[in-house]
Design a protein around this ligand. Sequence first.
Ligand code: NDP
Length: 287
Amino acid sequence: MTSTSESPPDRYAVAGNPVAHSQSPFIHAAFAAQCGHALQYERLLCPLDAFLPTIQAFAASGAKGCNVTVPFKFEAFAASRRRSPRAELAGAVNTLRFDEQGWWGDNTDGLGLLRDIEGNAQFPLKGLRVLLLGAGGAAAGVLGSLMVAKPAELVVANRSVAKAEALVQSHQAWAQAQHVRLQACALETLPDGAFDVVVNGTSASLSGAGLPVQDHVLRKGGLGVDMMYGPSAQGFLDWTRQQGGQARDGVGMLVEQAAEAFQLWRGLRPDTGPVLHALRARLSTPG
Ligand code: NDP
């Protein structure tokens, strides 16, 4: 797997639009250094109407794979010839490996979130009530993995309720297999009672919109996770603390999902702890 001194380093990228803000190059460079692998990892800005040709050209140039971010995860799913079961369940792909027999599509977002919640934050989900806000690519990517942790109940709430219903429908058989009560609802019609965990998978704060839920949705002592990080996550994190909850941004998920992608490409899993620590320090440094 490791490049030799005669061969150029293997090349990877994060493909998205926008992509300039992505921390993935930093994370993968740190993983590579830790594992002693020589690789190059770049940002690949794809025109909104030209995801596939951009990725095809990248693969044809000899690259080995790429991560896929907003808004192309559904297109990446369609572009994969073969997919992991978790990508099939999600209907979305965030990691491509350019195999000779056809592109392999995977989705590492869900396991990344789960590892961050249950591993890094030490907050086991078994038997709890979990609320997932949003029904876009990020929510689709994590729903199946959240159920592996066997919460008692999982509610998917979205501004466009039809999208939440479609997501729940496509995951209903999986929910039954995991013995999880799964239901969809609108943001305004959440079922009664506070939730133990609220995961914000919406991009509401990017548009300057307020919090998508009312107070008292999260129980005191519960966990509030925003998949976003940086200033965009601040409103949700503040709200979580006002509810008496434990607040967590999306940096841990980002590093954990990247580690899964690295393992898929390079055959070994890096130690995420030091990289998460370094990334938090980097993000808290002005400029
Ligand atoms: P999408 O564009 O696919 O979906 C956006 C979601 O946000 C939809 O459910 C949408 O609702 C909802 N939404 C947007 N604006 C509002 C609003 N004003 N009020 C309420 N709901 C709103 O984006 P993704 O799902 O791909 O990504 C969501 C966020 O998660 C992004 O910010 C992304 O950066 C982050 N993310 C972080 C990861 C990490 O590793 N930390 C990994 C993946 C994503 P509707 O359907 O009604 O339009």
